[in-house]
Write a protein that binds this ligand. Structure first.
Ligand SMILES: *Cc1c(COP(=O)(O)O)cnc(C)c1O
Length: 225
């Protein structure tokens, strides 16, 4: 990707995010995480030069490769994919800034056990399957609060920082909005327990997600196009 293209894409995204967040409040700050899973380290480097600092990957192996390729840059890395149990130790060693896809109590317990053994901690978001779609990972919305509390109580090497969700995979905006509102209500209930991030919104629906209270968006295709 040419630097100028990266600058244009990022400028456009920032302008759209600005517009959406200011409709809520001047004090509503939204963090942009660039999802680079379909793109090269060179593309990430172009976006870095345009000003973007936070990136995310959905496979441990790809995350590792990009972290190695780009180790000279002051980037922060997020993990947003399904974490297989046999990749947990590899992810721990990479020390991601935020693991956004903690999607079950079983995974939390397994991750916590391996963190304990290595005397490490990890910042995580609890993933919520807000539209209850079979194709998606995450805990059911009605179980989310209880599971969040349970992880806090039993997994002392995991530091929960909030929630992550993918908007409903449909055309109807009202249904997508409903799925975002479901996540936001849970997030608000978890704030007294230290939840800081409500990560929702991707290329096609981040404006709606911000309107519903998202403070972290994960944008791939429109940033890397
Ligand atoms: C791929 C991916 C994104 C980015 O999706 P785009 O539609 O390309 O913006 C966001 N979140 C997760 C979990 C993803 O896997």
């Amino acid at each position: 990707m040419q630097i100028q293209k990266a600058i244009d894409n990022l400028d456009k995204l920032i302008a759209d995010v600005e517009d959406a967040r200011l409709q809520l409040s001047e004090h509503h700050i939204v963090k942009i995480v660039g999802i680079s899973k379909y793109n090269s380290s060179e593309d990430v480097s172009s976006l870095y030069k345009a000003g973007q600092r936070a990136f995310g990957e959905n496979k441990v192996q790809d995350l590792k490769q990009k972290m190695i390729d780009l180790e000279d840059f002051p980037l922060e890395w997020h993990f947003v994919g399904r974490l297989q149990k046999n990749k947990i130790n590899n992810l721990i060693d990479l020390k991601p800034t935020l693991m956004q896809s903690l999607d079950s109590i079983e995974l939390a317990e397994e991750l916590n056990k391996k963190l304990e053994a290595k005397d490490k901690k990890m910042n995580c978001l609890l993933q919520i399957n807000s539209a209850k779609e079979d194709s998606k990972a995450g805990v059911m919305p009605e179980d989310a609060i209880e599971i969040y509390k349970q992880i806090i109580q039993t997994c002392s090497n995991i530091t929960l920082k909030g929630v992550m969700s993918i908007g409903a995979h449909v055309q109807d905006e009202e249904i997508i909005e409903k799925s975002f509102n479901t996540t936001k209500i849970i997030f608000d209930e978890l704030k007294p327990l230290g939840a800081k991030y409500c990560s929702m919104g991707m290329s096609n629906d981040f404006k709606l997600a911000i309107k519903c209270g998202s403070n972290m968006i994960r944008v791939g295709s429109s940033l890397f196009k």
